[in-house]
Design a protein around this ligand. Structure first.
Ligand SMILES: [Zn+2]
Length: 225
């Protein structure tokens, strides 16, 4: 089995779009400070960003630029994220959603087991000195926290799915979902796990209907909230 990850080609393709000025601000939400529509935003800066992808069970750093736009109304800046990235995460979206799904898919699964692929854990090449030699269970724990907070994205995606297909089984599927008690000690964690799993279930419905991921335009439009 291959570990879930964006590929080096995905990242290179994004870099090429940056270099050819193909990145537009259109999908960004209006300015959160002064409400100017994102279509009026201007390119402000390019920032190099390190992404971590997994190639043959090795974690590799690949660099690409992210475009920062500036609101002409008030000067606030906004980062554009490519399909494979979400704010504040170095690993790519397929890794974040894939390992999170594998933690949630079975009741007895632990974080330690869920970061494994075919009984080994993706790691850094030995000569690469770092204090995090492998993909750690605590990283996966944090990914679920992050995905569990996409409340506005989740709500909007659910509305869109139901508008498109009012008899969809999605509400039943979400209601039937139970987080096993051994996976949380606090209500906050239960809420994060529930939010994360709902987002992943909804993502499957959303992809089937709209042939695109919740994370490509919708999450951006919802400011990853
Ligand atoms: Zn503004």
């Amino acid at each position: 089995m291959m570990p879930p990850t964006a590929t080096i080609e995905d990242i290179k393709a994004h870099q090429e779009r940056v270099e050819k000025d193909k990145i537009t601000p259109d999908n960004l939400p209006p300015c959160s400070r002064c409400r100017v529509e994102s279509a009026f935003f201007k390119v402000h800066a390019y920032r190099e960003r390190r992404f971590l992808i997994i190639i043959e069970m090795l974690i590799k750093a690949v660099y690409s630029s992210l475009v920062r736009f500036k609101c002409p109304g008030c000067g606030k800046t906004f980062t554009h994220y490519p399909d494979f990235a979400i704010p504040h995460k170095h690993y790519t979206l397929p890794s974040i959603t894939g390992f999170s799904a594998s933690y949630l898919e079975s009741d007895g699964m632990t974080y330690k087991q869920a970061v494994m692929v075919d009984s080994s854990v993706p790691g850094y090449p030995e000569n690469n000195s770092t204090d995090a030699p492998t993909l750690s269970p605590s990283t996966l724990h944090r990914w679920i926290t992050t995905l569990g907070r996409f409340t506005r994205t989740l709500r909007t995606a659910l509305i869109l799915v139901l508008q498109q297909n009012p008899i969809s089984s999605i509400c039943r599927d979400l209601a039937r979902m139970i987080i096993p008690q051994r996976k949380y000690k606090t209500n906050l964690r239960k809420k994060q796990l529930t939010g994360c799993q709902q987002l992943l279930i909804l993502e499957a419905f959303f992809q089937a209907i709209f042939k695109t991921s919740i994370f490509t335009k919708l999450a951006i439009r919802c400011a990853f909230g």
